[in-house]
Design a protein around this ligand. Structure first.
Ligand code: MD3
Ligand code: FE
Length: 204
């Protein structure tokens, strides 16, 4: 794992092509149960450019009422499907945290989608890292410090890359500037999928 500043570990190309295909199959099965939908920004209701769904006991959602974790899909009303075993295994191997993740957010970026700089602060448990897996086209990922307006650096992420954000980087500002078309053949329709595994509640 390459060390980036502040407790970020980049496992460059950790998943080989067959592993990416197996994971993609598992995510396709999740999306059948819990379709991708477009969340809306708090207050304004402006739609996200990224489409989302979740698996796990809890899923991250956003609507006019705010950001939160909830146990059911906001469109179907059904519970989120379970987190695929492959992802639970990755967490067990890499997270260095003795409890399972509760939420896996599935983000789908088409060619135009972006995610502005933000911090992930809707989780009660801050001692757990966030684990991210990239599939499909490359993107330019941006990461800064824990204060808005500080310096940032960009990292190009490719299909099969796994990142772990622990320690000080857990509350770092981050975002996705752009997705580079035609840089992977994994997704027939192009675009990029990012999976983020999180512990939400403090273990009892
Ligand atoms: C750094 N997703 O879902 S993954 C998100 O590529 C999110 O879809 C981006 O930011 C994506 O919230 C970035 C990398 C990532 C995820 C969570 C983090 C970086 C992080 C949490 C804390 C610090
Ligand atoms: Fe984030």
């Amino acid at each position: 794992a390459a060390a980036l500043p502040g407790g970020v570990a980049l496992h460059d190309g950790l998943l080989d092509r067959p592993a990416q295909e197996r994971l993609l199959d598992a995510i396709r099965a999740v999306v059948v149960e819990a379709p991708l939908y477009r969340p809306e920004m708090p207050r304004t209701g402006k739609p996200f450019s990224v489409r989302m769904t979740n698996c796990g006991a809890l899923g991250w959602v956003s609507d006019r009422g705010g950001y939160r974790y909830q146990a059911t899909h906001p469109v179907t009303g059904r519970p989120w499907p379970p987190i695929p075993d492959m992802l639970l295994d990755l967490w067990r191997d890499l997270a260095g945290y003795p409890h399972p993740p509760e939420a896996c957010l599935v983000n789908y970026y088409d060619g135009e989608a972006r995610m502005g700089l933000h911090r992930d602060e809707d989780e009660e448990e801050r001692a757990a890292p966030v684990l991210s897996v990239s599939l499909g086209n490359d993107c330019r990922f941006r990461i800064g410090g824990t204060e808005r307006g500080g310096p940032t650096r960009s990292v190009r992420l490719a299909s099969g890359d796994v990142l772990l954000f622990g320690g000080p980087s857990r509350l770092a500002y981050h975002g996705v500037d752009r997705v580079y078309p035609g840089t992977s053949t994994l997704l027939e329709r192009g675009g990029r999928i990012n999976l983020t595994l999180r512990r939400v509640t403090r273990p009892g």
